[in-house]
Design a protein around this ligand. Structure first.
Ligand code: PMV
Length: 341
């Protein structure tokens, strides 16, 4: 009863922020994202191995980072272990198995630094666990279990452009593929401005959304923008999708910046430098690009695939940008026989 899955993170064009049901991670609105894979050295892969055995006396989980020269391994406890159990317990129950497990996960990129490692981590976990427990679930069903660990993980079960339906209960809040990766003509440069762990995780940040006076407005506007964004994604209308993506990121950061009692300010000075560069580049019709920012300082800049290297050269020279990661649309999460233990 051992299985390993590989999943990639995703970046949302249309964001979610806050929770309609915090226990089930049901969001306040539908969202739309692109699952992403590194084109260069950093591949953005999460590998997760899980094994259920009658011999194990307790549930254990750890995360290893391989990108650093010194390989580090963190044993998960408290809230982090709780989130793993939020995925595993319902799957164990569905399979009628009560064995304890050992889980190990490994990212080839920095964890919790705004690169959506929780999305790829929880997606790989749900897929590996369902396989180890011999549950035959559809990708949409798997997305509902990934969602229980981290909302955005629902969107990392499948590749290409993915639509997460808000829903109203466990079954109806699922993600499905809208455009296959081979039909997505979008790449992005991730400008890594800080790769240290963020101070307020998105898990904690969601709980503050309701305290902002802009929260209801963001939800309403996001719902209004969704149809346009879905149409733009299906019809390869990059300009419209890019515009909606920038709007969505800015609406979310408006809510974050006006949350009480403490503002959530994830940006660093270089975040603003990247935003200004993107706005300037758009003036010159030659390099059409759009930005998006998650719960961290790093900026994703979308462009057409033939502009990726030109854009990367410009962005990596901005003061405060430590590293750039070029990405393309990734495929679905998958099972592999390369176990981590
Ligand atoms: O699902 P979480 O807890 O990782 O929330 C992340 C939400 C954002 O990345 C900030 C927005 C989104 O829709 O991806």
């Amino acid at each position: 009863m051992k299985s390993t899955a590989v999943a990639h993170p995703n970046i949302a064009f249309i964001k979610y922020w806050g929770q309609a049901n915090p226990n089930l991670n049901i969001p306040p609105n539908d969202s739309l994202s692109m699952t992403k894979e590194g084109i260069g050295y950093t591949k953005l892969n999460t590998y997760t191995t899980i094994e259920f055995l009658p011999d194990y006396t307790k549930d254990t989980a750890s995360i290893q980072e391989t990108e650093k020269l010194a390989v580090t391994e963190e044993k998960l406890a408290d809230r982090k272990l709780e989130r793993v159990l939020a995925v595993i317990n319902p799957l164990r129950e569905k399979a009628g198995v009560d064995y304890k497990f050992r889980m190990k996960s490994c990212n080839d990129f920095p964890t919790q630094a705004g690169l959506a490692s929780s999305a790829s981590g929880m997606a790989a976990l749900a897929m590996a666990a369902a396989d180890a427990l011999d549950l035959k679930l559809t990708k949409e069903e798997l997305s509902t279990y990934a969602r229980l660990g981290s909302g955005s993980a629902a969107r990392s079960i499948q590749g290409g452009i993915v639509h997460w339906h808000q829903g109203f209960d466990h079954k109806s809040s699922y993600a499905e593929q809208l455009v296959k990766p081979e039909n997505v003509n979008i790449n992005a440069i991730i400008t890594v401005i800080s790769n240290t762990q963020k101070k307020v995780t998105s898990d904690a940040g969601h709980k503050t959304a309701k305290s902002s006076i802009f929260n209801t407005m963001r939800i309403q506007q996001t719902r209004d923008d969704l149809e346009d964004a879905l149409g733009a994604a299906k019809n390869d209308n990059f300009s419209l999708l890019g515009e909606k993506a920038e709007d969505s990121a800015m609406y979310m950061h408006c809510v974050m910046l006006t949350s009480k009692p403490k503002r959530l300010l994830y940006w660093e000075p270089a975040t603003l430098s990247v935003i200004k560069t993107v706005l300037d580049l758009r003036q010159s019709d030659d390099l059409e690009c759009y930005f998006s920012i998650d719960a961290g300082p790093n900026v994703h800049v979308f462009c057409r695939p033939d502009k990726i290297y030109e854009l990367g050269e410009i962005l990596c020279n901005i003061k405060g940008v430590q590293m750039t990661i070029p990405v393309k649309p990734a495929g679905d999460a998958y099972i592999t026989d390369k176990h981590l233990f």
